[in-house]
Design a protein around this ligand. Sequence first.
Ligand code: FAD
Length: 484
Amino acid sequence: MKNVVIIGGGITGLATAFYLRQYVHPTVQITLIDAASRLGGKIASAYENGFVVEGGPDSFITQKTGALALCRDLGLSDQLIGSNRAAKTTYVWNREQLHSIPEGMMLMAPTMLVPFLRSRLISWPGKLRMGIEMFLPARRNPSDESLASFVRRRLGKEALEKIAAPLMAGIFAADPEKLSLQSTFPMFLTMEKQHGSLTRGILQKKRAQDSAPVQPGPKPLPPPMFMTLRGGLQQLVDAIVQRLQRETILLNRGVRSVIRDHDRYKIELSDGSLLWADEIVFATPSDVTAKLLWDLNPVLAMKLRAIRYVSTATVSLGFKRGDVHLPLNGSGFLVPHSENRRITACSWSSKKFNHRAPDDCELIRVFVGGARAEALAEQDDAALIDLARQELRAIMGITAVPVLAKAYRWPKANPQYDVGHPARMDEVDQIVAWHHGLHLAGAAYRGAGIPDCIQSGMKAAQAIAKNLATSEVTYKEARVSVSV
Ligand SMILES: Cc1cc2nc3c(=O)[nH]c(=O)nc-3n(C[C@H](O)[C@H](O)[C@H](O)COP(=O)(O)OP(=O)(O)OC[C@H]3O[C@@H](n4cnc5c(N)ncnc54)[C@H](O)[C@@H]3O)c2cc1C
C-alpha cells in the first residue's frame, strides 16, 4: 500500500487531498496533517447575529478558473455568488476626498478616454504623463524589475502613487518598490515587448475582441470578476472536508521534522509519533517548509527561507444602515501610502456581496498593515478595532457605535514576490525535481490567490498520481476540469 502525506490543511492542502483522491487507486492511503485545531488555514469565516464575517480572504478572482471549477466539482454551483455589478466602482482616498477610479482603467492603464479625462483623482499633468505612455520606447533589458519602476517609467509617478501602489498594497500587501513585475503582472511585460506600449497593447486587445465574429443568439454574460459562496468561503473548506471521508486527518499535530529513510520520507509529529510516506506534499507557508526541509536539502531550505512574509490584519465592523452613508455604486476604497493614514483599504462588504449583513445593517471591513506598515497589524484586537473606527470616522464620517466588531491578525502571513522571485522559483523547481516524491504547493511560489493555491494543489496531485502509476498503482486518468 502506498502512503501520501500532505502537510498543511489550508486551501492548498485540502485541494491537493480532494483531487488526489479522484486520481489514485482507492488503496492509496492519504493523510492530511495540520498543526492547528481546524482546517482551512487563512480561510476563516465567522457567523454572528446575521453577519457573515471573513477574517481572511473574502472572495476569489474568476479569471483564473481554479476556485470556480473546484466549487463546481464540489456541487456548490448553487451557492456561488458574484460581486454585485452595481458596486463595481472602487474609490481612492486622495486629499481628504474619495475619488472613483475612472471607468475603463485596466489596472493602471486608461482605456476609456472620457471617464479618464473627467476623473478628478489624477491631476492634469498626471493625465498628460499617462497619456504619453504610448509614445515611450520599450525597455530592452529583459531582467525582472519592480512594479514601481515599471509604472513610474511608463505611466509616471502619479499613476504609481494614486493607483498602482494602493492596488498592490490591497492585493499583495506589498511594497511596489520591491514587488516583482514578472511574478505579478507578466502580461504587462509581454505587452510592452509586443506592442511597445501598455496602452497600445490593451487597445489592440480590445479592438480584437470587438471585431471578433458575433455568435448567433444571446451573448452569455461573463462571470463576475470576483465570486464567493453564500455562506462565506468556509463553505468551500467544509465541502472539501465532507468529501475526505476515507482520508486520515490529523489536527493539532504539527510536523516537527522530515528526513529521507531509504526510499521513503520519515515524518515526526509534535506528539512524537512517526509516519512514513512514499510521496509528501508541503502545503505549509514556505518559511515553515524551509525549516522542515533543512535536513533533507539545506540549499533548498535557504532558497525558501529567502521568501519574505509580511503581517496584515483585518477589522470588520457592522453598523445599523442609517448610521452609514455609503456611495451607492462602490465596493470600497484604497488608501495611498502618501495619504499618511493607518489603513490600506476598505471593503464595503455588504455592498460588494449579498448575504453579508442583516437587512437593516451594513458590513464594512478595513485592512491594516502590509509591507509598509507591518507594526500596525501587530496590535491587540481592541487597539485594531479602535484604529479602524477612528479611520472610518475621519474618512467616511461614521461616528456610530458598531453593532459588531471583529479583528483578525495575520502575522507574517502574506508572501512577498520580490524582484528576482521567478528566477528563484525556477531554481527551487530544479532542486525539488531531484527529490523523488517531494512536492511543494501553496501561496509562496507562483501565485498567492486562492485559485493559484488550488491550481498548485491540483498540479501536486497530478504529479503524485503519475509517480504512483509508474510504481504499479493504478492511475485513473486525471479528470482535469481546470484550464492551466
Ligand atoms: C487577510 C488576507 C486576505 C486575503 N484575501 C484574499 C482574497 O480575497 N482572495 C484570494 O484569492 N486570496 C486572498 N488571500 C490569500 C489567500 O487567502 C492565501 O494565499 C491562501 O488562503 C493560502 O492558502 P494555503 O493553504 O497555501 O496556506 P494557509 O492557509 O496558510 O495554510 C497552511 C496551513 O499549514 C498549517 N501548518 C503550519 N505549520 C505547520 C506544521 N509544522 N505542521 C502542520 N501544519 C502546519 C497551518 O496551520 C495552515 O492551516 C488573503 C490573505 C490574507 C492573509
